[in-house]
Design a protein around this ligand. Sequence first.
Ligand code: ATP
Length: 250
Amino acid sequence: MENTTTVDRAVAIKARNICKTFQISEDSHNTVKHRLFNLFNPPKTKYVPALKTMSMEIMQGECIGLLGRNGSGKSTLVKLLAGVYSTDSGYINVTGSTMLMNLGVGMSHELTARENVYVSGSVLGLKIKEIDAIFDEIIEFAELEGFVDTKIKFFSSGMVARLGFSIAVKAGADIMFLDEIFAVGDAKFQEKAIKVFESSWIKGRTVILVSHSMDVIRQYCSRAAFMKQGELVYFGDTEVAISKYIEDNQ
Ligand SMILES: Nc1ncnc2c1ncn2[C@@H]1O[C@H](COP(=O)(O)OP(=O)(O)OP(=O)(O)O)[C@@H](O)[C@H]1O
């Protein structure tokens, strides 16, 4: 693996020898009859090596692109770095608060928009008074003024995504993991999302950007990683990572 690091900035994320294997139970005995006749033939366990042993360092203020085909391990890596999953081995040091953002993930569908704002804000380490102060801005940015006390299970997927995006924008975090965020909402909301990304997020924050859009990666990322079948194949120059990704798609 090639790895280029910047030397003049503090480290935001340091991952050493991390890996993740999922265990899936292949339960074909899904009826009572099947289970009774297969008492001595338990369901098989399948192991999925989603992330093979890898190390990486990300510096504060960098915008890093994460490239790879479907199932290459990008989301698994992001979830490990964001602390959503625990790593099977090695260690991850993170300096600063983190926020993982992808379409609607982290939202509880049985809660209202208001309740989700407070839960997500608390998870991010904000005090109730701090959430009170930004609450109206979050709802306004998400364009959900008429739906504050509606359970989000009644929202369209675009509305859920807009709420998640607005919480991320207003509550923020030192390190943002953004998984395909430019696919949020309709064209008008996307334009607003890109504007806020360029005006505030990109400045002073550490961003890890997962995207299948080479234009987005090329425009914002100072370095990029290319992943294939759970392996970090390359981490360094953005154009090199893009060319490896394009090659892999041919
Ligand atoms: N919670 C899970 N349980 C079991 N297997 C999982 C789980 N999450 C991911 N996997 C498996 O791990 C592998 C990597 O998945 P991952 O979601 O990290 O890929 P990805 O690069 O983010 O894909 P995409 O571009 O489709 O989002 C896949 O084979 C997937 O089936």
